[in-house]
Design a protein around this ligand. Sequence first.
Ligand code: DX5
Ligand code: ZN
Length: 224
Amino acid sequence: MPTLAPSMIAADYGRLDAQAREALDAGAEWLHIDVMDGHFVPNITIGPGVVNALHPVANEYDALLDVHLMIENPERYIDAFADAGAGVITVHAEACPHLHRVVQQIQAAGCRAGVALNPATPLGHLEAILPKVDLVLVMSVNPGFSGQAFIPQSTNKIQRLRRQLNALGSKARLEVDGGVKPGNALKLVQAGADVLVAGSAVFGGDDTVEQNVEAFRSALTLKV
Ligand code: DX5
Ligand code: ZN
């Protein structure tokens, strides 16, 4: 069963702790936290303070804070997010001219290092750094907002990346982020993803968070 990482961007910001608990009580193991600066992406969300506010509930559930930095110059904030309690810090390859150094910086800060690729960025961009990273995040929407449609070409990118990671004998996690629903989750796992980020599919709609997480679980239980 892959790791489900509900994306807190889609939660009710007025009840963030309660919504995190609902997701964790329902069985989610990670909390995905989207940090946006209004420059790298056309939206502004939260900073280290909110990660810090969610750290206690993550600790209570032994859950991991999966911090996705959609910001320019992320190297300036690695230590702040590590101190705030991040377990994984993912930076965008497109925002890091010195990506090797940033990956080293994240790992030196005691966090797992993730690298994210926007939909138009080819896998080749990661060739030199792939053996070093702990996670690769394949963006299946253009970053900035929750509730967007899944970009179909992402599935093939996941398949090719899975083959590359396997060829390296890498233990890195393969995370897909954007437009992930119970209806496409099994296909993404079969393509090679092992961490699924879901925002609107977990916190949106009329059903409860528990029902939404359960919908993923039943979609991912291989049909015998
Ligand atoms: C988009 C974010 C994603 C997004 C996921 O820039 O990185 O985490 O919020 O939300 P859904 O699952 O609704 O596409
Ligand atoms: Zn994200």
